[in-house]
Design a protein around this ligand. Structure first.
Ligand SMILES: Nc1ncnc2c1ncn2[C@@H]1O[C@H](COP(=O)(O)OP(=O)(O)OP(=O)(O)O)[C@@H](O)[C@H]1O
Length: 683
């Protein structure tokens, strides 16, 4: 049978001949990184892929695709025809075998853990392929690089430690994959399958963490619906497949043109692969073609698509490595934020509590200000019990305080059980002093002077009603920062009771430095007249950016008015999200490692015969030949270029970007990109 492949050049060129056209139009040359003929072995194909795979162990994200018309050999390349023979293993198994081997040899330097996920995208639904119970649950996609490539976090994540583990899992995955017979391939993959390998490494000496992720993607076959003779379910599948491949083409086109809007959200496929298509990943695409003449339309359109892909400059790949120092700093920031949230909540509670408690304590004192025990003695004392009791018994007073009303419904009971009173000592001093002398019954004045005092007084009152039954309020999983919460720290636990108010100070000493800082600040702030100002000073003192934390009311409102429009005016949601993700990922400066190449890479293998071509537009005409699958076109990996790492961001800049979290990087990265990969064509 006559082949559409005229010749395959040595430099990644392939010439396609179209007998339906004459003259210049009849021959087209396309250029790729590399073109493989149909007679190459699986090992030869993998050799060009190997450097990318290895870089996963250095913390890079890598994505390897197989693209092409139905029956052109995508599954053959990625999985291989026969798993029982290592010789015929495809890229997937060879890659994992390599990962295990290398991680073993590095064992005395880095400890690795490897886990895999396998999903498919079938009719625009994401499904888990590693389920053994046959459940067909639809999974959600979350584009969040904080999860380190876990874009489908609900998919089964199976730890593996040997190639055999992987083989066993693959069998399950292939069994679960949606496959159907079409006129073009009797066992055509009707879905896109994505095998994701997550690698987590810890350097034993430095404690640095490496997180790499390898996506191995076997795309569903592209085909013309009419040619596939599909009807009913097959037709629906074909339409979904074509739509998602079309969306992939649109994304690639947008990236190639450096369009400000990249339509990742137009298909599940592009959403799942978002990080790998436009991120800091190294990407390689095998493009497969069928050399038979009756597939010439699909062949040309596939090669054009491949050239388009090859033209994209993603920019330099980045390693996801966290040094011990960075990790510690992140933890510290996280701790500070939590402490600040707690403090904010306390302040809110104190402010509201002072209104209520002052009135209550006033009433109590009217009987005998000195006869009220300072702290509860009941071991089962629960702060919320007291609060609820107070609320129940003194409802009229509570209602007189609007903030108190709100607070009551959000009282985090379980939190109050655990928290200790960091500010008790200071309050205790005031309390002791104030309790020895008669007070002027002037609630409004005292409220305005010290919120803490008010809160403390309230705690005394609670003890008088501690045995009253109370309905518990569920503890919210995440307490909104800018809402009033409970006066947890203000209310003493039962343990405190026997040791008096200063027990709280002893407890607080046990807290970390952050808490101490707050504690000290609290001592100062409690002397201030306006607690709102204290909150502001907290922030300033800590110099922390407080996303969502309540600010002084007026200021907060004004700021919100100014900020919201800017946020929502962003026309490109996809790009915005991407930028956020990148910012989150840019934790690490590029790693100068001997283990892998720094360059971003694109391989585009095609599998017809031999030839090299250049594609300008994306078309969509695919046919197939299930018998003669001679050529495979492959875009090969670019060789390591050690010196290029120097071109990357200096570490300090990278860190700044990362910590800022909002910096959009795509343009920057593009400007620093390196020429994109190579294409191998396998006829
Ligand atoms: N390089 C090759 N050498 C020998 N046989 C091949 C080669 N590539 C593919 N084949 C054979 O061609 C048939 C179709 O290949 P394969 O299933 O890999 O195609 P596909 O692109 O994955 O198809 P689909 O998109 O429909 O799933 C298989 O029987 C496979 O063994």
């Amino acid at each position: 049978m006559q082949s559409a492949v005229d010749y395959i050049g040595e430099n990644g060129n392939i010439m396609i001949v179209n007998p339906l056209k004459n003259g210049k139009e009849a021959r087209k040359v396309f250029s790729f990184n590399k073109v493989f003929g149909s007679n190459v072995t699986q090992e030869q194909i993998y050799v060009d892929t190997q450097p990318l795979v290895r870089s996963v162990l250095d913390g890079y994200n890598v994505c390897i695709f197989a693209y092409g018309q139905t029956g052109s050999g995508k599954t053959y390349t990625m999985s291989g025809p026969d798993l029982t023979s290592e010789e015929t293993w495809g890229v997937n198994y060879r890659a994992l075998r390599d990962l295990f081997q290398i991680s073993k040899t590095r064992g005395d330097v880095i400890k690795y853990e490897v886990g895999v996920q396998m999903i498919e995208i079938y009719n625009e639904q994401v499904r888990d392929l590693l389920v053994s119970d046959g459940s067909n649950r639809r999974l959600d996609i979350r584009n969040n690089s904080q999860l380190n490539g876990l874009n489908v976090p609900d998919a089964s994540w199976i730890p593996v430690s040997s190639t055999q583990d992987v083989l066993d899992l693959m069998k399950i995955g292939h069994r679960n994959r949606a496959v159907g017979a079409t006129a073009l391939n009797e066992r055509s993959s009707r879905s896109h399958s994505v095998l994701t390998v997550h690698v987590y490494g810890k350097e034993l000496v430095s404690g640095s963490i490496l997180k790499g992720c390898l996506h191995l993607v076997d795309l569903a076959g592209s085909e013309r619906v009419d040619k596939s003779e599909a009807v009913g379910e097959r037709l629906k599948e074909a339409q979904h497949i074509n739509r998602s491949l079309s969306a992939l083409g649109d994304v690639i086109s947008a990236l190639a043109q450096k369009s400000p809007h990249v339509p990742y959200r137009n298909s599940k496929l592009t959403q799942v692969l978002q990080d790998s298509l436009g991120g800091h990943a190294k990407t390689l695409m095998f493009v497969h073609i069928n050399p038979e003449l009756n597939s010439i339309g699909e062949t040309i359109s596939t090669l054009k698509f491949a050239e388009r892909v090859a033209s994209i400059e993603l920019g330099a790949a980045k390693s996801n490595k966290e040094t011990g120092e960075i990790r510690e700093l992140k933890e510290e920031i996280s701790n500070l934020k939590q402490a600040l949230e707690r403090k904010e909540a306390e302040m809110e509670q104190i402010k509201g509590g002072s209104t209520r408690s002052t009135t209550e304590s006033q009433r109590t004192r009217a009987v005998s200000p000195f006869s009220v025990p300072r702290y509860g003695t009941n071991a089962n004392f629960k702060p919320e019990t007291s609060q609820r009791s107070n609320d129940d018994t003194k409802s009229s007073e509570v209602r007189s305080c609007s903030s108190g009303k709100q607070r009551r419904s959000r009282f985090p009971s379980s939190l109050t059980d655990k928290e200790i009173l960091p500010r008790i000592p200071f309050l205790g001093e005031e309390m002791l002093a104030s309790s020895r002398k008669p007070r002027s019954p002037s609630p409004p004045v005292r409220r305005s002077i010290s919120t803490d005092r008010g809160a403390h007084i309230r705690s005394r009152v609670k003890e008088t009603v501690e045995n009253q039954p109370v309905a518990r309020v569920p503890f919210p999983a995440r307490v909104p920062i800018n809402k009033s919460i409970a006066a947890i720290p203000v209310i003493p636990s039962a343990d405190n009771s026997s040791k008096g108010p200063y027990k709280g100070s002893q407890e607080s000493v046990k807290q970390d430095n952050i808490s101490n800082a707050f504690y000290n600040f609290q001592r100062v702030s409690a002397r201030k007249v306006y607690p709102e100002h204290d909150e502001e000073q907290f922030r300033q003192a800590l110099n922390i950016r407080q996303g969502g934390i309540r600010k002084v009311k007026n200021e907060s409102k004004v700021k919100a008015k100014h900020q919201l429009p800017a946020k929502f005016n962003k026309s490109d949601v996809g790009t915005t999200m991407l930028s956020d993700i990148y910012a989150g990922e840019k934790i690490e400066e590029p790693r100068k490692s001997d283990f892998s190449e720094p360059e971003n890479e694109h391989l585009l293998p095609v599998s017809p015969t031999i030839g090299a071509l250049k594609v300008k537009k994306i078309q969509r005409n695919f046919s197939r030949n299930s018998q003669n699958l001679e050529p495979r076109v492959v875009q090969a990996v670019e060789p390591l270029i050690p010196g290029k790492l120097e071109n990357k961001l200096p570490s300090n800049v990278t860190h700044t970007v990362k910590e800022g979290g909002n910096t959009s990087m795509p343009e920057f990265r593009r400007s620093r990109s390196t020429p994109r990969g190579k294409f191998m064509i396998l006829p």
